[in-house]
Design a protein around this ligand. Sequence first.
Ligand code: ZN
Length: 201
Amino acid sequence: MSHKQILLVLTLTLASVFSLAQQKPIEIHDELAPQASASRRVALTLDACSGQYDDDLIEFLIRNRIPATIFATKRWLDHNSFGVSVIKAHLDLFDVEDHGENHVPAVIGVGRKVYGIPGEPDLIHLRREVTEGARAIERVTGVAPHWYRGATAVYDPQAIAEIGKLGYRIAGFSFVRLDQVDLQEIQDTVEKRSKERGVGQ
Ligand SMILES: [Zn+2]
């Protein structure tokens, strides 16, 4: 597989999200913004939430020189020092972006949950989740993140607005759960989706 076939799925049309003006939380995916440049790209993105470092996956990406964006929580960075060291040694391939401090979904209101995970009681807590996650990444990698993907990738409109005010773009996603597929399937899926979207030529 060429590098061109695996590149970026990160771009998201925030304007279209705001225009929905929904009260209920929004799950952002398949919201690809048209690229002005000739080279439209698809990105492989991974979430490092609260679990363990997956060395099979990361080594596969390194061996095959497949770039990926890793959305990491502060919690994950704090508990996976070996994984962090491998990723840091390959920042030419890996971009580390913000997945929050403690993997709390970006829905606001006491008692609210997404997939059983409690959200934020208020915007102050959301701000901390976003900014402390970013600070941890900059401390570890030396590079400040610019993208935010909240836990569960479900967002309240007010959370989307707040994350934007903090200076982050919200990253959607479009495909597979990596813990439920094998690596060959990932490769096949990326190639298939790239073809379907007519990208990576
Ligand atoms: Zn996550």
